[in-house]
Design a protein around this ligand. Structure first.
Ligand code: GMT
Length: 375
C-alpha cells in the first residue's frame, strides 16, 4: 500500500504514534510518505520505504498569519497525485482532517480518488475542537473522513456525544515497542539522581496545564515524609517555570530534577520506581504505557482513557484528579511493600506485551486500511 501520513512532527504523543506507525508499516513493505512542516523527531534517520515531504509555508506581506492548512492541502495534493497514494492517514483532527478533506475534493475533479482516515488523539476532541469557531469544522471533517479511529473507548464516546456524530469510529489503542521499552536497571541515571538509593518517581509530559505537573511535586512532598525519594521531571512546556518555583517554595529544589526534553526515554524510565500521571484530561496516556512497558507501575488520575490502560490495584493505582493525598498514599504503599511492588511491576510489563504491543496493534491499522480501501 502507498500511505500518506500527516502528523505534528514534534514531541507530542500523537506525533510519536504516527511516526512509529509509519516506521512499522514501512518495515512491513508499505510505502509511507510523511507530510508535515518538519521532519518527525522520532524518525531520526533513514528508514527504508519512508519518504518525507516538507510543507513549505509561503509568506507574503498581506498574510499577517501563516496559511499552514492551505499549504498542507497543496502539499497533500502534490504527493497524492505524483506518488499515487492509496490513502491519507491524518493524526489529530485540527487542521489535518480539514486539509485532507479539501485535497480529496480537489483530486476528485481530476478523476482520482483517495481515502482519508482520521485518528483522533485527545485535545483535538476534548478541548480545542470544542471551541465554537472550530466545532462545526471538526465535526464536518470527521463525518467526511472515509474512516475514523480513536485511541480509546473514552475518546470514541466523547466524540459521539460532544459532536453528535453518527458514524462508525474504530477504537485502536496506542501501541508500544516492548523490545525497546523494557525493564533494565543499568543504574546510569540512578547514581546521579538518587545517589543515596532514594526511590525515583518520574513524570514525562509537555508541561501543559492539563498535565497537572505541580501535583507531582506535591506528591513528592508527601511521599518524602515517609520514604527517601526524588522526582525526575522530563519534558518542557508552559508550566515548567511554575514547577521550578513550587519546588523552591516547598524546599524541594534538591529533590526535583528537571531534565528537560530527552531522547533515550526508555533508559531513563527503566530506572524509575513509580510513574506519576495526575492529568486533568488524558485520552490514552502514551507516556504511562511507556513506563508500564519498562515494568514501572503507574499512579494516575482516573480521567479519560486512563482506566482503560491502567488496571487499578493490579498494574498501578488510579485516584480522582487533584487528589494528591491519595496518589501519595498509593505511591507510599507500593514503595513500602516489595512483594506487592514486584507483582504490580510484572503485571504492568505483561499488560504492555499482551494488550498494547506493536505486533498486536499495527495489524489492526492494516486491517482497518484494507476495510476502508475496499468500502
Ligand atoms: O491531545 C493532545 O493533547 C495532544 C496529543 C499529543 O500530540 O500529545 O496527546 C494526546 O494523544 C496521545 C497519543 O494518542 C495520548 O496518549 C494523550 O493521552 C493525548 N493527550 C490528551 O488527551 C491530553
Amino acid at each position: 500500500m502507498k500511505i500518506g501520513i500527516t502528523c505534528y512532527p514534534t514531541y507530542g504523543g500523537s506525533g510519536v504514534v504516527a511516526t512509529e506507525l509509519g516506521k512499522e508499516l514501512a518495515s512491513k513493505g508499505h510505502e509511507v510518505h510523511f507530510i508535515s512542516y518538519a521532519f518527525p523527531h522520532r524518525l531520526k534517520h533513514f528508514v527504508e520505504n519512508v519518504y518525507f515531504h516538507e510543507v513549505e509555508i509561503s509568506s507574503y506581506p498581506l498574510f499577517e498569519y501563516q496559511l499552514y492548512s492551505l499549504s498542507l492541502t497543496s502539499k497533500m495534493l502534490e504527493v497524492i497525485e505524483y506518488e499515487k497514494l492509496d490513502l491519507m492517514h491524518v493524526h489529530y483532527a485540527i487542521p489535518h482532517a480539514v486539509s485532507a478533506y479539501m485535497a480529496k475534493q480537489i483530486i476528485k475533479k481530476n478523476n482520482q480518488d483517495i481515502k482519508i482516515i482520521t485518528t483522533l488523539h485527545g485535545t483535538d476532541i476534548t478541548l480545542v475542537g470544542l471551541e465554537p469557531s472550530f466545532l462545526p469544522l471538526v465535526k464536518y471533517s470527521i463525518e467526511e473522513s472515509d474512516g475514523v479511529t480513536a485511541v480509546s473507548r473514552f475518546l470514541k464516546e466523547k466524540t459521539i456525544t460532544n459532536y453528535h456524530i453518527n458514524k462508525d469510529i474504530e477504537i485502536i489503542y496506542n501501541f508500544i515497542d516492548t523490545d525497546l521499552f523494557k525493564p533494565a536497571k543499568k543504574c546510569q541515571y540512578k547514581k546521579h539522581v538518587a545517589p543515596n538509593d532514594e526511590k525515583i518517581l518520574v513524570h514525562t509530559s509537555n508541561f501543559r496545564t492539563v498535565k497537572r505537573v505541580p501535583d507531582t511535586i506535591r506528591i513528592l512532598e508527601l511521599v518524602k515524609k515517609e520514604i527517601p525519594a526524588k522526582l525526575l521531571l522530563i519534558g518542557d512546556g508552559p508550566d515548567r517555570s511554575e514547577c521550578e518555583r513550587l519546588a523552591r517554595e516547598l524546599n524541594l529544589q534538591n529533590d526535583v530534577v528537571f531534565l528537560g526534553k530527552q531522547d533515550g526515554l526508555a533508559d531513563i524510565l527503566a530506572e524509575a520506581d513509580i510513574f506519576l500521571m495526575p492529568s486533568q484530561s488524558e485520552s490514552f496516556g502514551l507516556a504511562a504505557l511507556e513506563a508500564m512497558s519498562c515494568g514501572v507501575p503507574v499512579v494516575s488520575s482516573s480521567v479519560g482513557g486512563l482506566p482503560e490502560l491502567i488496571i487499578h490495584n493490579e498494574t498501578g493505582y488510579i485516584a480522582e484528579f487533584g487528589d494528591v493525598q491519595r496518589m501519595a498514599k498509593y505511591t507510599i504503599s507500593l514503595l513500602k511493600n516489595e512483594k506487592k511492588y514486584s507483582v504490580f511491576s510484572k503485571n504492568s510489563r505483561d499488560r504492555s506485551i499482551n494488550v498494547f504491543n506493536k505486533e498486536i496493534i499495527v495489524p489492526q491499522y492494516e486491517k482497518y486500511y484494507e476495510k476502508i480501501l475496499s468500502s
